[in-house]
Design a protein around this ligand. Structure first.
Ligand SMILES: Nc1ncnc2c1ncn2[C@@H]1O[C@H](COP(=O)(O)OP(=O)(O)OP(=O)(O)O)[C@@H](O)[C@H]1O
Length: 468
């Protein structure tokens, strides 16, 4: 059966062209010939070839190989990935060696042996195909990085003194390679800040790889982060690159680092110290180069206890520490953030961009927002969709001003009524259940997921599906 392979033979000897074509056509899907080297640029700029067989000498009596060298260089100038096999005169080994120094892959001498030609061309075709694949993967990767970076360009709204200080800190820390630990309650913008850091860093053109350590099961931790070789364990059907290596050159965002069990913290520390990782089932460690940004909603005090977190790992992660205050402690930010999301969602849902009335403004500023900016964003989205009045009112935000002080003082979240909604569509019920559970657990994803009987990853997926 013919193999997939595109070959070009360039020689001024028509007999060689005919013999070569006859031989190789039996083996490969596409064989072209060219008897004038001046036509090479047109051939290779209009068609792709996995391998090119190029004669060293053109014209009667030529044996210096000068023209072969000239066309070899020309082809590599046009496409440096070209795989070129030189066709040399009998005994022209010196010339062939010289050609290989200039970038040729292999050579065959005339008169040739058919088996040798087929073997040499087969290897060259495979090399050409893998170069081509590498090139297109690189290009695809570049597009993905660009797309990912565009997605990361959500604006950070910051007017409070606390956030302005953090922004100054970010400006200074971002271009360094210092490891950064971001602390803050759920929904305070830790991931947004991490992405912003990456954008402002010298690694911005490379990948931002986010790993939710709270969502990776213990059994999958090593294979996810370190990768594995085919056959390393039951179900490992292919080699798989780990996330540490996949983030090479870029930023690795370790989210929910505080949820990592102590024994896995030890493994992570070793890997980060050695800057090398051995995929499961491999014998050799491979180096990686990442800047580590981590985040957790665990308080600083808890992080500083040995029972909760390894102190040596903490020192490695927190060269620079960023403490994101909860929204209730940066009241100056509430109005501009609300305005930002009003504008965003009014456009998205094609609604007029309305103002907040006075009471609504006071209410959103004095609400405790246990789910922080994520909760405010969600409240604004709902208000934009449902509001019927010409300005947004307290009612649109479902803020119970009467209970506010009570909530603040007693640090409790009032359960929402639990009766079923009138609409018994399962999707609607699921959204309501998730929304209530989030509020009940102050937007703590781990606790909410536990109550709902979901994994954190499954909860995130559903939140995204329902726009929560
Ligand atoms: N300063 C800000 N300006 C505008 N939007 C913000 C800001 N901070 C956070 N957000 C938005 O709030 C939501 C929650 O942010 P993010 O996911 O970064 O928080 P987090 O602290 O990482 O949450 P979690 O701990 O639950 O993973 C996102 O939609 C984010 O875009």
């Amino acid at each position: 059966m013919k193999k997939e392979g595109r070959i070009l033979i360039v020689d001024d000897d028509e007999d060689i062209l005919t013999a070569g074509k006859l031989l190789l056509k039996r083996q490969f899907s596409h064989v072209s010939t060219c008897n004038l080297p001046e036509h090479i640029p047109t051939f290779i700029s209009t068609q792709h070839f996995d391998a090119i067989l190029l004669d060293m000498n053109f014209g009667p009596g030529e044996s210096s190989g000068k023209q072969g060298f000239h066309w070899l260089k020309k082809i590599l100038e046009i496409n440096p990935q070209s795989v070129i096999i030189m066709i040399t005169a009998h005994g022209g080994v010196d010339v062939a060696v010289e050609a290989m120094k200039l970038g040729a892959t292999d050579f065959i001498s005339k008169p040739w042996q058919n088996e040798k030609v087929i073997a040499t061309v087969s290897t060259a075709v495979l090399l050409g195909q893998s170069r081509c694949e590498t090139q297109s993967l690189r290009a695809a990767n570049q597009v993905l990085v660009q797309d990912n970076n565009q997605l990361n360009q959500q604006e950070i709204i910051a007017q409070s003194d606390e956030m302005l200080k953090i922004q100054t800190l970010l400006q200074h820390a971002a271009p360094t390679d210092a490891n950064i630990l971001i602390l803050g309650e759920n929904g305070t913008g830790k991931e947004l800040i991490a992405r912003d850091l990456h954008q402002k860093s010298l690694r911005a053109h490379k990948v931002f790889m986010s790993v939710d350590l709270g969502a990776i099961s213990e059994s999958l931790f090593e294979s996810e982060l370190f990768g594995h070789k085919k056959g390393a364990f039951t179900g490992a059907h292919h080699d798989r690159i780990g996330r540490l290596k996949a983030a090479d050159g870029g930023t690795l965002f370790l989210d929910e680092i505080g949820n990592l069990p102590l024994h896995l913290q030890a493994k992570l520390l070793t890997i980060l110290e050695q800057r090398k990782v051995t995929p499961l089932g491999a014998n050799e460690a491979v180096p990686f180069d990442v800047r580590v940004v981590s985040a957790t909603n665990i308080s600083k005090n808890d992080l500083k206890t040995d029972a909760c977190f390894r102190q040596d790992l903490l020192f490695r992660l927190n060269t620079v520490e960023i403490n994101l205050p909860p929204l209730r402690k940066r009241i100056q930010d509430i109005e501009p953030i609300a305005q930002y999301f009003i504008s965003l969602y009014s456009k998205k849902y094609q609604k007029p961009e309305k103002e907040l009335d006075n009471d609504a403004l006071i209410a959103i500023k004095s609400n405790s927002w246990p789910g922080n900016i994520r909760e405010l964003r969600h409240a604004v989205e709902r208000a934009v969709i449902l509001s019927q009045t010409h300005k947004f009112t307290c009612h649109d935000f479902q803020i119970e001003t009467v209970n506010k002080n009570h909530i603040e003082k007693h640090n409790v979240i009032k359960d929402e009524p639990t009766e079923l909604p009138q609409d018994l569509n399962l999707e609607v019920i699921e959204k309501q259940a998730i929304s209530q559970a989030l509020k009940k657990h102050r937007y703590n994803i781990s606790h909410t997921a536990k109550e709902l009987g979901l994994t954190r990853a499954a909860l995130y997926r559903r939140m995204e599906k329902h726009g929560l």
